[in-house]
Design a protein around this ligand. Structure first.
Ligand code: G1P
Length: 308
């Protein structure tokens, strides 16, 4: 099985980042020195994906402009011998194809994926949720594609989460464990209450799915949060007899879909990047010292208030 096409659902309104996302798509918010969506596209290219079908919505035009040439800017940089400033994205533009589909209404992740059905046709497809940046030695999607090809199955990436966070995720129940990181799935539940969660293995934003997912999305009903849920469609595939595996990701996942997650990803990736690590470490230790002084002052103040 060869997987060459990927869907990136990027139609959401990004309400968690308002007001910034009133005009800037959340996928374009920078993580260190490039937009969040570039990380997933780079993971895709390293996993042999050739075509990215980006499902967009209103106010998302800058994503299209970003993965496109920009003659005026290129000319300006060439004259100053600074072409390297665009190197990463130029490489992407020269390597991959982008197809954009407009999701007319934000009716959920499942609906976004369904919108790409005509472009994908009868092939297995990779899905990247751009809120999840996953770093690691081997690209996560390459692992998923390898498992899907070997086992002739659907594969979802999972990660252990604390039980009290289960209701933020799709959670999988396990039928059989093959190795420390590979499982066959018995059931999938979208955003269960912790008491109803079949395990602590949560779906993270990488999938390889059979083309039957599009029919499954038509067959299921609206699910949690009043939206068409991808997790419910995968459960439907499973009930129709398809095998679904879970692969526990190696490496680190950053949830850049919230302001705090984005901040943590920026900090963490800066600390791991030789270009920034020394300066950011110095800054953090300075902040730490200032915090200690501030805490000391606050304690002294509260003591003097209670003594008075
Ligand atoms: C989506 C999926 C969910 C998955 C999560 C991973 O939820 O519906 O199954 O666990 O992404 O990030 P969302 O975060 O869009 O609510």
């Amino acid at each position: 099985m060869i997987v060459t096409k990927a869907i990136i659902p990027a139609g959401g309104l990004g309400t968690r980042f308002l007001p910034a996302t009133k005009t800037v798509p959340k996928e374009m918010l920078p993580v260190l020195d490039k937009p969040a969506i570039q990380y997933v596209v780079e993971e895709g290219i390293k996993s042999q994906i050739k075509t990215f079908v980006v499902v967009t919505g209103k106010q998302k035009n800058t994503i299209e402009d970003y993965f496109d040439t920009s003659p005026e800017l290129e000319h300006f940089l060439a004259a100053r011998k600074k072409e390297d400033l665009l190197e990463g994205v130029t490489k992407i533009i020269n390597t991959a194809n982008f197809i954009y589909i407009r999701q007319k209404e934000a009716l959920g992740l499942g609906h976004a994926i369904w919108n790409a059905r005509h472009v994908i046709g009868k092939e297995h497809v990779a899905i990247f949720l751009p809120d999840d940046i996953i770093t690691g030695v081997t690209p996560c999607m390459a692992q998923l594609i390898q498992i899907a090809s070997q086992e002739k199955c659907n594969v979802v990436a999972v990660q252990e989460v604390p039980m009290d966070k289960a209701s933020n995720y799709g959670i999988v129940g396990i039928k059989k464990q093959f190795s420390p990181n590979l499982f066959q799935i018995r059931e999938l539940v979208e955003k269960p209450r912790p008491t109803d969660a079949p395990s602590n293995l949560a779906i993270v934003g990488r999938y390889v799915l059979s083309p039957n997912i599009f029919q499954a999305l038509e067959d299921i009903k609206i699910g949690s949060n009043g939206e068409l849920q991808l997790t419910d469609a995968i459960q439907h595939l499973l009930l129709s007899g398809e095998k679904v595996f879970a692969y526990k990701i190696q490496g680190t996942r950053y949830d850049v879909g919230t302001p705090m997650g984005l901040l943590k990803a920026n900090l963490d990736l800066a600390l791991r990047n030789p270009k920034y690590s020394e300066e950011i470490l110095e800054y953090l230790s300075l902040l730490d010292r200032e915090m200690v002084v501030m805490q000391g002052k606050a304690q002294a103040l509260s003591k003097s208030v209670s003594a008075a």
